[in-house]
Design a protein around this ligand. Structure first.
Ligand code: URA
Length: 435
């Protein structure tokens, strides 16, 4: 087989076979195919799109390019959850203790944040002592015992994606739905999940700004699930404004606790309940949606979910006393209140700008090597639809260091205030499932 023939075939809009796709992925991962040929094929894939069979074959070949995690010694169906990235998105940390307290195993591998979006590992590391480095045996034993453990990604998982993503980044081929879908799904499936609940974001703060693109991405990922025999459900949800009131790390952990304790009710709770219900259905623990929702509401009301969070933190060497005493979390030293400059209504609160402001405060990384300030972040006092008066506080910015003007200006630019009351965006915009 020759790489040149494969490039020409895709250039001429013909469908590649599974063998040809595997030849490309194996050859590129083993450095037998040079960057210039891989780039040419990626561009042909980008311009001519991939068929559903090509996307499934690409995903399978990428999974096989490195190690995979075997979770078969954990009892029950392992359902993972993945969000395509958002601002203030702490849903994973809310649903994990909820579904674990209902007997569904949560064996989760999470990543760090980059740019304007946050990462679950960074949020968890705001908890004093919390250890994300369990051995594989400890990880499996803990899930079997407590139904919940969360670690950083280990091993040589999907090396083809790491190499191809870097190449796509510099060859203008990132934004292809087939390439994005296979990249996301290969990483999730390599970590041993039997099924996945996807939260595909759409709006200003999301990868896919337009609803139609988010829907296409969701469809494509659900189709990969069908073809590879995995149970995949996708919710398409709003990311025009951040989720919940807190954006950062320690403050997001605090909001997770408030939700689990029933002290806070907002769209974050609504989305978390829906994702938890989909996980219960996918795990086949519950067959009926209403019964699953009742179960979720029960563990929130009777304290089982918050107790599960405490057990999870303690087992991973964290100090769970922060649940009743938030001063145990990293504390900022500097604060700035952003005030409204006119009367009116919040018409828009651009998630991407809020995320960028939080990053500038120290809550996120501009590049992979940066350190973060776990105490830094933003509390949003006013969100879309709220009425405001001139001089009222819209949001509070905080950090270990002085609050920089750039962060303030970025957040100021995130708020659009006008005389017209605007609708609060619909949170859950669509749902697709492979079943
Ligand atoms: N996220 C991924 O993991 N891969 C992509 O290609 C795009 C976003």
């Amino acid at each position: 087989m020759l790489m040149k023939d494969i490039i020409e075939k895709k250039r001429d809009k013909q469908e590649l076979t599974e063998e040809e796709i595997r030849f490309f992925i194996d050859g590129y991962t083993n450095k037998k195919i040079p960057d210039y040929q891989a780039s040419a094929l990626l561009m042909a894939m980008f311009l001519n799109d991939l068929t559903p069979d090509e996307i499934a074959a690409l995903t399978a070949a990428m999974i096989d390019s490195g190690e995979t995690i075997d979770l078969s010694s954990i009892e029950g169906l392992k359902i993972d959850k993945h969000s395509t990235g958002g601002v203030g998105d702490k849903v994973s940390l809310i649903i994990a203790p909820i579904v674990a307290s209902l007997g569904v195993p949560v064996a989760k591998m999470s990543g760090r944040g980059l740019g304007h979006t946050g990462g679950t590992l960074d949020k968890l590391e705001s908890i004093p002592g919390f250890d994300i480095n369990l051995s594989k045996e400890e990880f499996v034993d803990t899930v079997n015992k407590n139904k919940i453990a969360l670690i950083g990604q280990t091993g040589n998982l999907v090396p083809a994606d790491k190499m191809l993503y870097a190449l796509r980044d510099v060859t203008g081929t990132v934004n292809s739905i087939g390439l994005i879908a296979s990249s996301i799904m290969s990483k999730k499936l390599a970590t041993g999940a039997d099924g996945i609940v996807l939260d595909v974001k759409t709006g200003y703060g999301a990868f896919m700004e337009r609803y139609e693109d988010a829907e296409k991405l969701a469809e494509t990922m659900v189709d990969i699930g069908k073809k590879l025999g995995k149970n995949v459900t996708a919710l398409i949800t709003d990311m025009n404004q951040p989720l919940g009131a807190e954006v950062g790390n320690a403050n997001e952990i605090k909001e997770v606790v408030q939700i689990l304790k029933g002290e806070s009710e907002n769209e974050l709770l609504e989305l978390s309940k829906q994702v938890a219900v989909e996980m219960l259905l996918a795990s086949e623990t519950y067959k009926d949606k209403d019964a699953a929702l009742r179960a979720v509401e029960e563990v929130l009301a009777n304290g089982q979910a918050i107790e599960k969070l405490k057990q999870f933190v303690t087992t991973q060497k964290g100090d769970a006393s922060f649940v009743d005493d938030y001063s145990k979390l990293p504390q900022p030293e500097h604060f700035y209140e952003l005030k409204a400059e006119q009367d009116g209504y919040v018409n828009a609160l651009y998630a991407q700008k809020v995320g960028k402001s939080a990053m500038l405060l120290g809550a996120g990384r501009a590049s992979k090597e940066d350190d973060i300030d776990h105490s830094a972040g933003i509390t949003l006092k006013k969100k879309v639809g709220a009425q405001v008066q001139s001089g009222e506080t819209l949001a509070v910015l905080f950090s270990r260091s002085e609050i920089g003007q750039e962060a303030i200006d970025e957040l100021k630019g995130a708020y659009v205030i006008s005389d017209v009351k605007s609708e609060v965006p619909t949170l859950i915009k669509g749902k697709l499932s492979s079943k």
